[in-house]
Design a protein around this ligand. Structure first.
Ligand SMILES: [Zn+2]
Length: 137
């Protein structure tokens, strides 16, 4: 199974590296914030999650329910999705802007060129949109 989970994954490191090179500074996995966002940028009142498409059940080619122990996986992944919804709501209630960067934006046939990824995330950070989502094409 090609799946990723947890902290400091390759897609997450890519986003961190790109934003750092673009001059942004952030906190990692802030324990004080709902869902311990992968990146938090207090200056922009913004948080960024880098989501693995498998673990967060993304509607994209990188997601597929495993053939074995299907129901158990389904329940686990549904719980992840429910938690994601709750976390975003809690962050929004506290006045944070929330971005999701999906794994498929970073790898696979639909991935977005790095320069474009950085440009789009930078524009969102400096803008005023409350939420943002970056996915593969
Ligand atoms: Zn995806």
């Amino acid at each position: 199974m090609r799946a990723i989970k947890g902290r400091n994954t390759t897609p997450e490191l890519t986003v961190r590296r790109e934003l750092h090179a673009a001059g942004f500074r952030y906190r990692l996995h802030s324990p004080a914030l709902p869902g311990k966002p992968d990146l938090a940028l207090p200056k922009y009142r913004a948080v960024i999650f880098v989501h693995g498409c498998f673990w967060h059940k993304h509607d994209c080619p990188l997601f597929k329910v495993p053939g074995e122990r299907r129901e158990s996986w389904q329940a686990k992944l549904d719980a992840n999705v429910a938690r994601d919804v709750k976390v975003v709501r809690e962050l929004r209630e506290r006045g944070w802007r929330v971005a999701m960067v999906w794994e498929c934006a970073l790898r696979g046939v639909g991935r977005i060129p790095r320069s474009q990824l950085t440009a789009q995330l930078s524009a969102w950070l400096r803008g005023t949109a409350e939420t943002y989502e970056l996915r593969g094409r």
